[in-house]
Design a protein around this ligand. Structure first.
Ligand SMILES: Cc1ncc(COP(=O)(O)O)c(C=O)c1O
Length: 453
Protein backbone atom coordinates (compact mmCIF):
# COMPACT_ATOMS: atom_id res chain seq x y z
CA UNK A 1 0.00 0.00 0.00
CA UNK A 2 1.25 3.47 -0.85
CA UNK A 3 2.29 5.40 2.25
CA UNK A 4 0.75 8.86 2.69
CA UNK A 5 3.22 11.66 1.95
CA UNK A 6 4.44 13.62 4.91
CA UNK A 7 6.74 16.63 4.48
CA UNK A 8 10.05 15.97 6.23
CA UNK A 9 10.99 18.23 9.15
CA UNK A 10 14.16 18.58 11.16
CA UNK A 11 13.12 18.25 14.76
CA UNK A 12 15.30 18.43 17.87
CA UNK A 13 15.03 15.13 19.70
CA UNK A 14 13.34 15.43 23.07
CA UNK A 15 13.03 11.80 23.83
CA UNK A 16 12.67 12.06 27.60
CA UNK A 17 15.49 10.26 29.32
CA UNK A 18 15.16 9.16 32.94
CA UNK A 19 14.93 12.31 35.05
CA UNK A 20 15.42 13.01 38.75
CA UNK A 21 11.78 12.18 39.47
CA UNK A 22 12.30 8.71 38.15
CA UNK A 23 10.11 9.22 35.14
CA UNK A 24 11.47 7.23 32.25
CA UNK A 25 9.97 7.05 28.76
CA UNK A 26 8.58 3.69 29.77
CA UNK A 27 6.22 5.49 32.19
CA UNK A 28 4.48 7.15 29.30
CA UNK A 29 4.42 4.00 27.26
CA UNK A 30 2.15 1.73 29.18
CA UNK A 31 0.04 -0.70 27.28
CA UNK A 32 -3.41 -1.60 28.56
CA UNK A 33 -5.22 -4.34 26.74
CA UNK A 34 -8.19 -4.67 29.09
CA UNK A 35 -10.11 -3.15 31.98
CA UNK A 36 -11.03 -5.67 34.67
CA UNK A 37 -10.65 -8.55 32.22
CA UNK A 38 -12.72 -7.04 29.39
CA UNK A 39 -10.59 -6.25 26.34
CA UNK A 40 -10.38 -2.69 25.07
CA UNK A 41 -11.10 -4.07 21.60
CA UNK A 42 -14.34 -5.72 22.71
CA UNK A 43 -15.43 -2.65 24.64
CA UNK A 44 -14.96 -0.36 21.65
CA UNK A 45 -16.44 -2.72 19.09
CA UNK A 46 -19.58 -3.12 21.21
CA UNK A 47 -20.02 0.32 22.71
CA UNK A 48 -18.08 2.66 20.41
CA UNK A 49 -15.41 5.26 20.91
CA UNK A 50 -15.02 7.44 22.84
CA UNK A 51 -16.25 5.39 25.76
CA UNK A 52 -16.40 5.98 29.49
CA UNK A 53 -15.76 2.86 31.58
CA UNK A 54 -16.24 2.39 35.33
CA UNK A 55 -14.88 -0.48 37.40
CA UNK A 56 -17.23 -1.63 40.17
CA UNK A 57 -14.41 -3.65 41.72
CA UNK A 58 -12.28 -0.53 42.12
CA UNK A 59 -15.15 1.44 43.66
CA UNK A 60 -15.73 -1.31 46.23
CA UNK A 61 -12.02 -1.53 47.00
CA UNK A 62 -11.65 2.23 47.45
CA UNK A 63 -14.76 2.47 49.60
CA UNK A 64 -13.67 -0.37 51.87
CA UNK A 65 -10.13 1.00 52.21
CA UNK A 66 -11.36 4.44 53.18
CA UNK A 67 -14.24 3.28 55.36
CA UNK A 68 -12.17 0.78 57.32
CA UNK A 69 -9.34 3.33 57.79
CA UNK A 70 -11.80 5.48 59.76
CA UNK A 71 -14.17 2.95 61.30
CA UNK A 72 -11.28 1.01 62.87
CA UNK A 73 -10.08 4.20 64.60
CA UNK A 74 -13.35 5.86 65.65
CA UNK A 75 -16.59 4.18 66.71
CA UNK A 76 -19.17 6.46 65.08
CA UNK A 77 -18.40 7.03 61.40
CA UNK A 78 -20.80 7.84 58.55
CA UNK A 79 -19.90 8.40 54.89
CA UNK A 80 -21.99 10.76 52.78
CA UNK A 81 -21.49 10.19 49.05
CA UNK A 82 -20.75 13.53 47.41
CA UNK A 83 -23.22 13.50 44.51
CA UNK A 84 -21.56 16.30 42.60
CA UNK A 85 -18.42 14.20 42.19
CA UNK A 86 -20.35 11.67 40.14
CA UNK A 87 -24.13 11.43 40.21
CA UNK A 88 -24.71 8.68 37.68
CA UNK A 89 -27.50 6.55 39.19
CA UNK A 90 -25.42 3.37 38.98
CA UNK A 91 -22.45 4.98 40.75
CA UNK A 92 -24.65 6.43 43.52
CA UNK A 93 -26.40 3.07 43.90
CA UNK A 94 -23.05 1.31 44.44
CA UNK A 95 -22.02 3.88 47.06
CA UNK A 96 -25.37 3.51 48.85
CA UNK A 97 -25.18 -0.28 48.67
CA UNK A 98 -21.73 -0.06 50.31
CA UNK A 99 -23.30 1.95 53.14
CA UNK A 100 -22.95 5.63 52.29
CA UNK A 101 -25.78 8.10 52.78
CA UNK A 102 -26.17 10.96 50.24
CA UNK A 103 -24.52 14.37 50.35
CA UNK A 104 -26.17 16.82 47.94
CA UNK A 105 -25.63 20.48 47.15
CA UNK A 106 -28.65 21.46 45.07
CA UNK A 107 -32.32 20.81 44.55
CA UNK A 108 -31.48 18.69 41.49
CA UNK A 109 -29.10 16.48 43.48
CA UNK A 110 -31.63 16.24 46.31
CA UNK A 111 -34.31 15.11 43.84
CA UNK A 112 -31.87 12.61 42.32
CA UNK A 113 -31.14 11.02 45.70
CA UNK A 114 -34.86 10.81 46.48
CA UNK A 115 -35.61 9.30 43.07
CA UNK A 116 -33.06 6.59 43.85
CA UNK A 117 -35.07 5.74 46.95
CA UNK A 118 -32.86 7.43 49.55
CA UNK A 119 -34.97 8.65 52.48
CA UNK A 120 -34.73 12.30 53.51
CA UNK A 121 -33.16 11.32 56.84
CA UNK A 122 -30.27 9.80 54.87
CA UNK A 123 -29.54 12.97 52.93
CA UNK A 124 -27.15 15.74 53.94
CA UNK A 125 -28.16 18.97 52.23
CA UNK A 126 -25.21 21.37 51.78
CA UNK A 127 -24.44 24.18 49.39
CA UNK A 128 -24.96 27.93 49.00
CA UNK A 129 -28.20 27.75 47.01
CA UNK A 130 -31.11 25.94 48.57
CA UNK A 131 -34.33 27.44 47.18
CA UNK A 132 -37.00 27.93 49.86
CA UNK A 133 -39.27 25.23 48.39
CA UNK A 134 -36.38 22.71 48.37
CA UNK A 135 -35.50 23.65 51.95
CA UNK A 136 -39.07 23.14 53.09
CA UNK A 137 -39.26 19.73 51.43
CA UNK A 138 -35.92 18.74 53.02
CA UNK A 139 -37.16 19.88 56.45
CA UNK A 140 -40.40 17.90 56.13
CA UNK A 141 -38.49 14.83 54.95
CA UNK A 142 -36.02 15.03 57.84
CA UNK A 143 -32.80 15.75 55.93
CA UNK A 144 -29.67 17.03 57.67
CA UNK A 145 -29.34 20.65 56.58
CA UNK A 146 -26.07 22.52 56.98
CA UNK A 147 -26.72 26.24 56.63
CA UNK A 148 -24.42 28.32 54.49
CA UNK A 149 -25.45 31.91 55.14
CA UNK A 150 -27.73 34.24 57.07
CA UNK A 151 -30.45 34.46 54.42
CA UNK A 152 -30.85 30.71 54.61
CA UNK A 153 -31.31 31.01 58.36
CA UNK A 154 -34.12 33.50 57.72
CA UNK A 155 -35.73 31.13 55.19
CA UNK A 156 -35.53 28.25 57.69
CA UNK A 157 -37.06 30.40 60.41
CA UNK A 158 -40.00 31.18 58.11
CA UNK A 159 -40.38 27.45 57.45
CA UNK A 160 -40.20 26.69 61.18
CA UNK A 161 -42.95 29.25 61.88
CA UNK A 162 -45.10 27.83 59.08
CA UNK A 163 -44.68 24.24 60.25
CA UNK A 164 -45.02 25.31 63.89
CA UNK A 165 -42.00 23.38 65.05
CA UNK A 166 -38.33 23.81 65.85
CA UNK A 167 -35.96 22.69 63.09
CA UNK A 168 -32.62 21.01 63.74
CA UNK A 169 -29.80 22.36 61.60
CA UNK A 170 -26.03 22.17 61.26
CA UNK A 171 -23.87 25.19 60.64
CA UNK A 172 -21.17 25.31 57.99
CA UNK A 173 -17.89 26.82 59.16
CA UNK A 174 -14.91 28.09 57.25
CA UNK A 175 -11.63 28.23 59.11
CA UNK A 176 -7.89 28.45 58.75
CA UNK A 177 -6.52 24.91 58.65
CA UNK A 178 -3.35 25.94 56.83
CA UNK A 179 -4.79 25.35 53.36
CA UNK A 180 -4.57 28.40 51.08
CA UNK A 181 -6.34 30.02 49.43
CA UNK A 182 -8.86 29.48 52.20
CA UNK A 183 -12.36 28.46 51.07
CA UNK A 184 -13.98 31.35 52.91
CA UNK A 185 -16.93 31.83 50.57
CA UNK A 186 -18.92 29.00 52.12
CA UNK A 187 -20.42 29.09 55.59
CA UNK A 188 -19.50 31.31 58.51
CA UNK A 189 -15.97 32.25 59.48
CA UNK A 190 -14.76 30.77 62.74
CA UNK A 191 -11.80 32.94 63.67
CA UNK A 192 -13.54 36.31 63.13
CA UNK A 193 -16.43 35.39 65.45
CA UNK A 194 -18.93 35.34 62.57
CA UNK A 195 -19.88 31.70 63.23
CA UNK A 196 -20.47 32.34 66.93
CA UNK A 197 -22.61 35.39 66.09
CA UNK A 198 -24.64 33.28 63.68
CA UNK A 199 -25.31 30.66 66.37
CA UNK A 200 -26.26 33.41 68.84
CA UNK A 201 -28.68 34.81 66.27
CA UNK A 202 -30.16 31.35 65.63
CA UNK A 203 -30.68 30.73 69.36
CA UNK A 204 -32.30 34.15 69.83
CA UNK A 205 -34.64 33.52 66.89
CA UNK A 206 -36.12 30.56 68.74
CA UNK A 207 -37.19 28.57 65.67
CA UNK A 208 -34.05 26.58 64.98
CA UNK A 209 -31.76 24.32 67.00
CA UNK A 210 -28.10 23.81 66.04
CA UNK A 211 -27.09 20.17 66.43
CA UNK A 212 -24.02 19.78 64.24
CA UNK A 213 -20.96 21.41 62.74
CA UNK A 214 -19.86 21.15 59.13
CA UNK A 215 -16.71 22.28 57.36
CA UNK A 216 -15.02 21.39 54.05
CA UNK A 217 -11.53 22.87 53.79
CA UNK A 218 -10.94 22.26 50.06
CA UNK A 219 -10.24 19.55 47.55
CA UNK A 220 -7.17 17.41 46.73
CA UNK A 221 -5.67 18.14 50.16
CA UNK A 222 -2.22 16.53 50.19
CA UNK A 223 -1.52 17.43 53.83
CA UNK A 224 -3.21 15.11 56.40
CA UNK A 225 -2.25 17.42 59.28
CA UNK A 226 -4.57 20.13 57.86
CA UNK A 227 -7.50 17.93 58.87
CA UNK A 228 -6.11 17.61 62.38
CA UNK A 229 -6.10 21.41 62.69
CA UNK A 230 -9.63 21.54 61.25
CA UNK A 231 -10.98 18.89 63.64
CA UNK A 232 -9.40 20.44 66.74
CA UNK A 233 -10.85 23.84 65.88
CA UNK A 234 -14.30 22.38 65.22
CA UNK A 235 -14.41 20.42 68.48
CA UNK A 236 -13.15 23.37 70.54
CA UNK A 237 -15.82 25.57 68.97
CA UNK A 238 -18.46 22.90 69.64
CA UNK A 239 -17.61 22.79 73.35
CA UNK A 240 -17.69 26.60 73.55
CA UNK A 241 -21.18 26.53 72.05
CA UNK A 242 -22.28 23.79 74.45
CA UNK A 243 -21.17 25.95 77.33
CA UNK A 244 -22.87 29.14 76.17
CA UNK A 245 -25.96 28.05 74.28
CA UNK A 246 -28.56 25.33 73.99
CA UNK A 247 -26.34 23.20 71.73
CA UNK A 248 -25.34 19.58 71.67
CA UNK A 249 -22.64 18.42 69.28
CA UNK A 250 -24.44 15.49 67.66
CA UNK A 251 -22.19 15.41 64.60
CA UNK A 252 -18.96 16.78 63.23
CA UNK A 253 -19.00 16.74 59.44
CA UNK A 254 -15.48 17.30 58.13
CA UNK A 255 -16.39 17.36 54.41
CA UNK A 256 -14.26 15.65 51.76
CA UNK A 257 -11.11 16.74 50.00
CA UNK A 258 -9.06 13.54 50.12
CA UNK A 259 -6.97 13.18 46.97
CA UNK A 260 -7.07 10.39 44.43
CA UNK A 261 -3.96 8.91 42.84
CA UNK A 262 -4.08 11.50 40.09
CA UNK A 263 -1.39 13.88 38.95
CA UNK A 264 -2.30 17.47 39.77
CA UNK A 265 -0.51 19.83 37.38
CA UNK A 266 2.37 21.50 39.21
CA UNK A 267 2.93 18.56 41.57
CA UNK A 268 6.12 17.04 40.23
CA UNK A 269 6.30 13.86 42.24
CA UNK A 270 4.30 10.97 40.84
CA UNK A 271 1.00 10.35 42.65
CA UNK A 272 2.32 7.09 44.15
CA UNK A 273 4.79 9.26 46.10
CA UNK A 274 2.90 12.54 46.55
CA UNK A 275 -0.50 11.22 47.68
CA UNK A 276 -0.78 9.92 51.27
CA UNK A 277 -2.89 6.81 51.80
CA UNK A 278 -6.25 6.76 53.65
CA UNK A 279 -4.63 5.44 56.87
CA UNK A 280 -2.44 8.53 57.12
CA UNK A 281 -5.51 10.79 56.96
CA UNK A 282 -7.47 8.61 59.37
CA UNK A 283 -4.55 8.64 61.83
CA UNK A 284 -4.35 12.43 61.89
CA UNK A 285 -8.10 12.96 62.06
CA UNK A 286 -8.94 10.32 64.66
CA UNK A 287 -5.96 11.22 66.87
CA UNK A 288 -7.05 14.87 66.74
CA UNK A 289 -10.58 13.80 67.72
CA UNK A 290 -9.26 11.77 70.64
CA UNK A 291 -7.15 14.72 71.82
CA UNK A 292 -9.95 17.24 71.50
CA UNK A 293 -13.03 15.32 72.65
CA UNK A 294 -13.91 14.80 76.30
CA UNK A 295 -13.64 11.18 77.43
CA UNK A 296 -16.79 9.27 76.52
CA UNK A 297 -17.94 11.79 73.89
CA UNK A 298 -18.33 10.22 70.46
CA UNK A 299 -20.29 12.58 68.21
CA UNK A 300 -20.99 11.19 64.77
CA UNK A 301 -18.02 11.77 62.45
CA UNK A 302 -19.32 12.42 58.93
CA UNK A 303 -17.03 12.26 55.90
CA UNK A 304 -18.11 13.50 52.49
CA UNK A 305 -15.31 11.99 50.46
CA UNK A 306 -15.92 12.23 46.71
CA UNK A 307 -12.84 12.18 44.50
CA UNK A 308 -10.86 9.62 46.50
CA UNK A 309 -13.63 7.02 46.18
CA UNK A 310 -14.40 7.24 42.48
CA UNK A 311 -11.60 8.84 40.46
CA UNK A 312 -9.50 5.71 39.98
CA UNK A 313 -12.52 3.64 39.00
CA UNK A 314 -13.03 5.70 35.83
CA UNK A 315 -11.38 5.41 32.40
CA UNK A 316 -12.00 7.03 29.05
CA UNK A 317 -11.14 5.07 25.93
CA UNK A 318 -10.56 7.23 22.89
CA UNK A 319 -9.28 6.69 19.36
CA UNK A 320 -6.58 8.55 17.45
CA UNK A 321 -8.22 10.04 14.36
CA UNK A 322 -5.25 11.93 12.97
CA UNK A 323 -1.59 12.63 13.48
CA UNK A 324 -0.05 15.89 12.34
CA UNK A 325 2.95 18.16 12.73
CA UNK A 326 2.46 21.69 13.97
CA UNK A 327 4.30 24.57 12.36
CA UNK A 328 7.02 24.45 15.03
CA UNK A 329 7.62 20.77 14.38
CA UNK A 330 5.70 19.46 17.41
CA UNK A 331 3.95 16.15 16.89
CA UNK A 332 0.22 16.43 17.51
CA UNK A 333 -2.62 13.94 17.61
CA UNK A 334 -6.35 14.47 17.26
CA UNK A 335 -8.51 12.05 19.24
CA UNK A 336 -12.28 11.62 19.39
CA UNK A 337 -12.78 12.70 23.03
CA UNK A 338 -11.53 16.03 24.37
CA UNK A 339 -12.16 18.56 27.11
CA UNK A 340 -15.87 18.27 26.32
CA UNK A 341 -15.64 14.89 28.11
CA UNK A 342 -12.58 15.48 30.30
CA UNK A 343 -13.24 18.80 31.96
CA UNK A 344 -10.63 18.16 34.65
CA UNK A 345 -7.86 17.99 32.01
CA UNK A 346 -7.32 21.66 32.83
CA UNK A 347 -6.00 20.71 36.29
CA UNK A 348 -4.85 17.11 36.01
CA UNK A 349 -2.35 15.31 33.83
CA UNK A 350 -3.94 11.94 33.18
CA UNK A 351 -2.16 8.68 32.69
CA UNK A 352 -2.35 7.83 28.98
CA UNK A 353 -2.05 4.18 28.00
CA UNK A 354 -2.17 2.58 24.55
CA UNK A 355 -4.13 -0.49 23.59
CA UNK A 356 -1.14 -2.04 21.77
CA UNK A 357 2.65 -2.10 21.63
CA UNK A 358 3.90 0.65 19.33
CA UNK A 359 7.46 0.79 18.05
CA UNK A 360 9.52 3.91 17.36
CA UNK A 361 11.01 6.78 19.29
CA UNK A 362 9.00 8.57 21.93
CA UNK A 363 8.40 12.21 21.15
CA UNK A 364 6.88 15.00 23.21
CA UNK A 365 3.43 15.33 21.65
CA UNK A 366 0.26 17.34 22.05
CA UNK A 367 -3.08 15.51 22.26
CA UNK A 368 -6.04 17.47 20.94
CA UNK A 369 -9.69 16.55 21.28
CA UNK A 370 -12.24 16.69 18.46
CA UNK A 371 -13.60 20.19 19.12
CA UNK A 372 -13.11 22.87 16.51
CA UNK A 373 -11.96 25.22 19.29
CA UNK A 374 -8.51 26.12 20.47
CA UNK A 375 -9.31 25.26 24.09
CA UNK A 376 -9.43 21.55 23.34
CA UNK A 377 -6.03 20.14 24.36
CA UNK A 378 -6.18 17.10 26.65
CA UNK A 379 -2.41 17.00 27.13
CA UNK A 380 0.07 19.62 25.96
CA UNK A 381 3.22 17.54 26.39
CA UNK A 382 3.18 13.78 26.63
CA UNK A 383 5.80 11.30 25.52
CA UNK A 384 4.27 9.15 22.80
CA UNK A 385 5.69 6.91 20.08
CA UNK A 386 4.42 7.45 16.52
CA UNK A 387 0.73 6.55 16.65
CA UNK A 388 -1.41 5.56 13.71
CA UNK A 389 -5.07 6.53 13.37
CA UNK A 390 -7.12 3.82 15.00
CA UNK A 391 -4.82 3.42 18.02
CA UNK A 392 -6.83 3.57 21.24
CA UNK A 393 -5.65 5.84 24.04
CA UNK A 394 -6.95 5.07 27.51
CA UNK A 395 -7.10 7.98 29.98
CA UNK A 396 -7.23 7.51 33.74
CA UNK A 397 -8.08 8.28 36.47
CA UNK A 398 -11.10 10.23 35.24
CA UNK A 399 -13.97 9.07 37.48
CA UNK A 400 -14.33 12.27 39.53
CA UNK A 401 -15.94 15.51 38.36
CA UNK A 402 -15.81 14.68 34.66
CA UNK A 403 -19.16 13.19 33.77
CA UNK A 404 -20.86 15.74 36.01
CA UNK A 405 -19.03 18.75 34.54
CA UNK A 406 -18.77 17.56 30.92
CA UNK A 407 -20.06 19.82 28.20
CA UNK A 408 -22.67 19.16 25.59
CA UNK A 409 -20.66 21.18 23.10
CA UNK A 410 -20.27 20.33 19.43
CA UNK A 411 -20.20 16.54 19.95
CA UNK A 412 -22.57 13.89 21.28
CA UNK A 413 -21.74 12.43 24.66
CA UNK A 414 -20.75 8.77 24.53
CA UNK A 415 -21.87 5.56 26.19
CA UNK A 416 -20.85 4.95 29.78
CA UNK A 417 -20.43 1.34 30.84
CA UNK A 418 -19.87 -0.33 34.18
CA UNK A 419 -17.84 -3.52 34.53
CA UNK A 420 -19.09 -5.74 37.34
CA UNK A 421 -16.72 -7.68 39.63
CA UNK A 422 -17.33 -10.77 37.47
CA UNK A 423 -16.50 -8.85 34.29
CA UNK A 424 -20.05 -8.33 32.98
CA UNK A 425 -20.58 -5.08 31.11
CA UNK A 426 -23.68 -2.90 31.52
CA UNK A 427 -24.46 0.37 29.81
CA UNK A 428 -25.21 2.85 32.61
CA UNK A 429 -25.75 5.89 30.38
CA UNK A 430 -26.58 5.62 26.71
CA UNK A 431 -24.75 7.61 24.05
CA UNK A 432 -26.65 10.67 22.96
CA UNK A 433 -28.15 11.25 19.54
CA UNK A 434 -29.76 14.28 17.95
CA UNK A 435 -33.02 13.76 19.82
CA UNK A 436 -31.23 14.46 23.13
CA UNK A 437 -29.81 17.69 21.81
CA UNK A 438 -33.07 19.10 20.43
CA UNK A 439 -35.53 17.59 22.93
CA UNK A 440 -36.08 20.85 24.86
CA UNK A 441 -35.87 23.18 21.87
CA UNK A 442 -38.89 24.91 20.38
CA UNK A 443 -38.91 26.28 16.86
CA UNK A 444 -41.47 29.12 16.50
CA UNK A 445 -43.89 28.35 13.65
CA UNK A 446 -42.82 31.46 11.77
CA UNK A 447 -39.29 30.12 11.54
CA UNK A 448 -40.23 26.74 10.10
CA UNK A 449 -38.51 26.31 6.78
CA UNK A 450 -41.04 25.63 4.03
CA UNK A 451 -38.54 24.88 1.37
CA UNK A 452 -35.41 23.76 3.14
CA UNK A 453 -32.46 24.22 0.81
C1 LIG B 1 -19.37 20.39 50.89
C2 LIG B 1 -18.56 19.43 50.11
N1 LIG B 1 -18.46 18.16 50.53
C3 LIG B 1 -17.74 17.23 49.84
C4 LIG B 1 -17.09 17.56 48.68
C5 LIG B 1 -16.31 16.48 47.97
O1 LIG B 1 -14.97 16.82 47.89
P1 LIG B 1 -13.86 15.80 47.33
O2 LIG B 1 -14.34 15.29 46.02
O3 LIG B 1 -12.64 16.66 47.20
O4 LIG B 1 -13.71 14.72 48.34
C6 LIG B 1 -17.14 18.88 48.21
C7 LIG B 1 -16.42 19.27 47.00
O5 LIG B 1 -16.11 20.40 46.72
C8 LIG B 1 -17.90 19.84 48.94
O6 LIG B 1 -18.00 21.11 48.53
Amino acid sequence: MKKPYEKPVINKLRSGLMNKFGQSPAYARKVREDIDGVSIDDLVSQYGSPLYVFSEKTIQKKYHEMHSAFSTRYPNVVFGWSYKTNYLNAICAIMHREGAIAEVVSQMEYDKARSLGIAGKDIIFNGPHKPAAALEKAVIEGATINVDHLDEILDLERIGKKLKRKIDIGIRLNLDAGIYPQWSRFGFNLESGQARDAVKRIVQGGHLRVTGLHCHIGTFILEPSAYARQVEKMVKFGYELEEDFDFSMEYIDIGGGFPSRSRLKGVYLPPEVAVPNPDEYADEICEALTRALKPGDYPKLILESGRALIDEAGYMISTVVSSKRLADGTRAYVIDGGVNLLFTAYWFKFKIEMDREVGGMNEVSVVYGPLCMNIDAVDEAVQLPPLKPGTRLIFSPIGAYNNTQWMQFIEYRPNIVLISPDSKVDVIREAEDLSDIVRREKLPARLKLDNPK
